[in-house]
Design a protein around this ligand. Structure first.
Ligand code: C5P
Length: 240
């Protein structure tokens, strides 16, 4: 089986910073890179095609949330870029998620794989209190996350973004092959930064993560390639 690659969160402000970051890696190393809205709104879609043309896979993290028809059309355009993975907010509803998937399928050029589609359930910045008091969801955060995960599955999507702490529970309520993409990953030796609930790559694997997303432990490392290899090895169970 092919080695699993950690997804690197490219939270960098410009293409120039990306070039500098990527220069630390061997030229032939194909990376799985998360491109978020900060850089996308600065550089536009060309940043995505540039990364893909350089041999990388892209997770385009734009978290779409709008009426079904708009999301459908936007996803058609995203599919044309050739991304491997993208996402929506589950709060947009089942019909919106179905429309998103339809857009991806219809926008994918013939012969290319359809990008995987996952949903954000509740943002990790959202508290149980906010879920109850602002969203008026009286069951609270955990049940809301579970509910959105099953709704996502019913809409035919591939999975969700979640905390590695939630992955096992979500898989039990959906299916073992339901994608759980989990940020908030740190090596035991890393700084936790502003992440509140972190997990190591090996623990995340045991807990059911399908993909791990790692940003600063790699992007801010003195030697990003060495940090990447260390995290990749642990994620693949090579230190067990
Ligand atoms: O630098 P760090 O490893 O904390 O970066 C994690 C990445 O995952 C960031 O791009 C962050 O915005 C994103 N993310 C997160 N928690 C979520 C969803 C996304 O940390 N629940």
């Amino acid at each position: 089986m092919r080695e699993k690659r950690p997804v690197i969160a490219l939270d960098l402000p410009s293409k120039k910073d990306m070039e500098l970051f990527l220069s630390h890696f061997p030229k032939e190393e194909s990376l799985y890179l998360k491109v978020g809205m900060e850089i996308f709104y600065q550089e536009g879609p060309s940043i995505v095609t540039w990364l893909i043309d350089n041999g990388h896979d892209v997770f385009l993290d734009l978290k779409l949330h709008d009426i079904p028809n708009t999301v459908y059309s936007a996803m058609k355009g995203i599919a044309k870029l050739g991304v491997a993975l993208t996402n929506v907010h589950a709060a947009g509803g089942k019909e919106m998620m179905e429309a998103a998937y339809r857009g991806l399928k219809e926008g994918t050029p013939t012969g290319q794989p359809v990008p995987k589609l996952i949903a954000v359930t509740q943002l990790t910045s959202t508290s149980d209190e906010q879920v109850k008091e602002e969203q008026l969801i009286s069951v609270g955060l955990n049940d809301s996350v579970r509910h959105y995960a099953t709704l996502t599955q019913e809409a035919g999507l591939d999975g969700v973004v979640c905390s590695a702490h939630e992955a096992r529970d979500i898989k039990e309520h959906t299916s073992e092959d339901f994608v759980c993409l989990t940020p908030g990953i740190r090596l035991a030796s890393n700084d936790v930064g502003d992440q509140k609930r972190v997990m190591t790559p090996s623990k995340a694997r045991e807990n059911g993560s399908t993909y791990i997303v790692v940003g600063r432990p790699i992007t801010q490392a003195e030697n990003p390639y060495a940090a990447y290899v260390e995290i990749k090895n642990e994620w693949n169970g090579e230190n067990d």
